[in-house]
Design a protein around this ligand. Sequence first.
Ligand code: NAD
Length: 364
Amino acid sequence: MNLVVQRINAGFWRGKRVLLTGHTGFKGSWLSLWLQSMGTTLRGIALDPPTIPALFDVARVAEGMEHRIVDIRDFASVKAQFDEFKPEIVIHMAAQPLVRYSYKEPIETYATNVMGTVHVLEAARHAGSVKAVINVTTDKCYENHEWDWGYRENEPMGGHDPYSSSKGCSELVTNAYRRSFLGQSGIAIASVRAGNVIGGGDWSVDRLIPDVLRAFEVNTPVVIRSPHATRPWQHVLEPLRGYLMLAQALYHDPKSYAEGWNFGPNDDDARPVSWIVDQMVGFWPGSSWKLDQSVENPHEANYLKLDISKAKSKLHWRPIWSLSETLSQIVSWHKSWLSGMDMQKASIDEISKYMQSMDTINNG
Ligand SMILES: NC(=O)c1ccc[n+]([C@@H]2O[C@H](COP(=O)([O-])OP(=O)(O)OC[C@H]3O[C@@H](n4cnc5c(N)ncnc54)[C@H](O)[C@@H]3O)[C@@H](O)[C@H]2O)c1
């Protein structure tokens, strides 16, 4: 098998006008730092950071970009940003991304994730500058048959809970825009489906790693709801690298890449929650975890595995960091933050380290 992994072309990104929605969020902040480090002319539109603290604030992400607070549920405001900034590339990440919250607030979830997507695509269509659009959805967009094998990009959309279903809808919107408008105007649009991403700087509620780190910090046992639940965990930089490589490909060859793409981990990194927590406890002396049997949880789909063959063969993308390496990076990022380090520098250094791991794989 050819193990060579395609590099990001930093020269491509230098000076490119990129509009990123959701830049104040966890994934958006990492991507903003990465784009900034390559000299991209970057504008972000989003609401205020969704958590306190947030990577966006801790790593001073706003310093290297044009930061705008815009609600994507308001079409006129979204359109004004596109008309003024004239982006060449659009990466749409803004969303209500939490499953449990979506049960409480389905209207907000659909308004943001479905109509918000329509607004972004409609604004891109009329801007007169856009060449490539990437819509970030999720592995949960697929109708989950609880199969043991991986889902391919041509599998039907679905979703049990409002969040998953809203992302399935966002995929359908993407497809309709591709066929009805964007294809004819020469704008290439792709959607990207990744699984659970983890990394330093995520303080979201109801996500495993932030919950674990919060418990470590206050020296209490981590309370785990579903120790046997298996998820396709991967470091946040892995799918982000996929998005960047796909955007490059879309820009140069709009016809061949304008479709859905899976970016998931290798099979052996689909691990149960208990395995993850055991590893993290190992990295944090004095910590422990216990089982919570007291609460009844709303339905969450069982493991859904992504088939990543297409990204491997057509984009020469594949995961670089093992899950163990990823967890150790997260704990070390978090300890750096707790010790008051410059987290903008620490995060950019982590991106460089990740890129070096890729070179090591290619050279070794
Ligand atoms: N984190 C994961 O494990 C994961 C997995 C698969 C897919 N995703 C997808 O990746 C994207 C980013 O996720 P994240 O984990 O960074 O989430 P996040 O909650 O950290 O960030 C969400 C971003 O969306 C913005 N946003 C929300 N509502 C908005 C609105 N009405 N108008 C403008 N901006 C709004 C927020 O301000 C924030 O910038 C989402 O589309 C999510 O569905 C995330």
